[in-house]
Design a protein around this ligand. Structure first.
Ligand code: GLU
Length: 455
């Protein structure tokens, strides 16, 4: 764990297991953080059901079923050869084929892929759909690369990955740096190498070649559907609420869209260069054009909306007063000082659109400050849930309407919300979405593992 972080105590058996995780996975700080967060919730479970300890199912869960690391050589437009590292960590397949995204970002190393893969196990279990947990990616940086360079990188990446994946084995999708364009190049290379039009091998495909409606919007919409349920549980709605959304990638853009549709006002969003504050509410058409078509920066948005928007570089987006905060950018982007500021400004709800964007210390402060907090493995499960709906459509060679698919997504998010609250009640921690999500996800996957024997 990082120095200075307040680490809640674990029961001795779980502390021993956690120490073992740290020892066996040295230097993988993000994986340690993700494991610790789950272990904090499991004390109540093993007190009630000691067989989860006796059967070593927790120890087994912490060890991926398979980890693949490979070389990805590619040539840039100037003819220069580059070498990146590719990863696929196939964590758990008790509930279905391994399932989870690919992240292309310079920060990617084994510890990031493992934290994401570990979280994915519980997230996917929470959806109630038949999908196991995995994650992959590369330290390749797509920023500033031409279309041809991105294509050659994706083709080289798939030239190794293809032998490890398949409709019944492992089904990758997108994550940071991997969107529709990259999935297209990856699918094209898979089809070419295997000579199979195996639609169900990847999700996040284009609508004309096996993709599902609503998949592009699903993670962002899903977070907002989840928050709608949190608000409804308090007899409230999005109407007139001020919302801050960090990020301006796929998750953030569609979270903003759905908040606006439900009557909320999104006053700020960001990218790695800073944030824009727009009191009149973010102009989504402009943001989409800049981010999705031009692949531009948030500074271009501020320049185009000079009348109402201000660009703030070097500040914290969490300083902007809001009723609801949706961290939708990346891990550990909302820290203790940000949590204090959100509480001081009267924020009532924080829901994670990104994976693990809130540090453990910030979560603790938000809880103590009476802010309702929804962890990513519950709140952002809409993306992977809709991927599972894409797999269903591929398996039946069918294609559903937007309305039907969106309704399925809304129902799934409501079910996840209710399951978290119900489980939190059952284990004596009412209103604790973190405990509810961890316990409900864990028991679902652990029971399946026990039924399958010691494998
Ligand atoms: N990368 C997304 C996530 O973190 C989606 C994964 C998928 O669709 O398989 O859940």
């Amino acid at each position: 764990m990082c120095a200075g972080v307040i680490v809640p105590e674990l029961v001795p058996e779980l502390q021993e297991l956690f120490d073992e995780v740290v020892d066996r996975n040295r230097g993988e700080a993000e994986f340690h953080q993700a494991a610790h967060e789950v272990f904090e919730s499991l004390g109540r479970v093993v007190a009630k059901h000691p067989h989860y300890l006796d059967t070593e199912v927790i120890r087994r869960l912490c060890e991926p079923e398979r980890q693949i690391i490979f070389r990805v050589p590619w040539t840039d437009d100037a003819g220069q050869v580059h070498i990146n590292r590719g990863f696929r960590v196939e964590f758990n397949s008790a509930l279905g084929p391994f399932k989870g995204g690919l992240r292309f970002h310079p920060s990617v190393y084994l510890g990031i892929v493992k934290f994401l893969g570990f979280e994915q196990i519980f997230k996917n279990a929470l959806t109630g759909l038949p999908i196991g947990g995995a994650k992959g990616g590369s330290d390749f940086d797509p920023k500033g690369r031409s279309d041809g360079e991105v294509m050659r990188f994706c083709q080289s990446f798939m030239t190794e990955l293809y032998r490890h994946i398949g409709e019944y084995t492992d089904v990758p999708a997108g994550d940071i740096g991997v969107g529709g364009r990259e999935i297209g190049y990856l699918f094209g290379q898979y089809k070419r190498i295997t000579n199979r039009y195996e639609s169900g091998v990847l999700t996040g495909k284009g609508l004309h070649w096996g993709g599902s409606r609503v998949r592009t919007e699903a993670t962002g919409y899903g977070v907002v559907f989840f928050v709608r349920e949190m608000l409804a549980a308090r007899g409230e709605s999005f109407e007139g609420r001020r919302v801050v959304v960090s990020g301006s990638g796929n998750v953030a853009v569609y979270a903003i869209e759905k908040v606006q549709e439900l009557g909320g006002i999104v006053v700020a969003c960001s990218d790695s260069s800073g944030y824009v504050f727009d009191e009149a509410g973010i102009d989504l058409t402009l943001l989409k054009e800049i981010k999705e078509e031009r692949r531009g920066r948030i500074a271009d948005y501020a320049a185009a909306r000079a009348g109402t928007a201000t660009l703030v570089t070097g500040g914290r987006i969490w300083d902007v007063p809001a009723d609801i905060a949706l961290p939708c950018a990346t891990q550990n982007e909302l820290e203790a000082q940000d949590a204090r500021r959100l509480i001081a400004n009267g924020c009532q709800i924080v829901a994670e659109g990104a994976n693990m964007p809130t540090t453990p210390e910030a979560i603790k402060l938000l809880n103590a400050g009476g802010v309702a907090f929804a962890p990513g493995k519950a709140a952002n499960a809409g993306g992977v849930a809709t991927s599972a709906l894409e797999m269903q459509q591929n398996a039946s060679r069918d294609s559903w309407s937007f309305e039907h698919t969106e309704q399925r997504l809304a129902d799934i998010m409501r079910d996840i919300h209710d399951r978290c609250l119900h489980t939190a009640d059952e284990y004596g921690v009412p209103g604790d979405y973190v405990a509810g999500a961890n316990i409900a996800g864990f028991t679902h996957v652990a029971d399946a593992m026990l039924a399958l024997g010691v494998i």
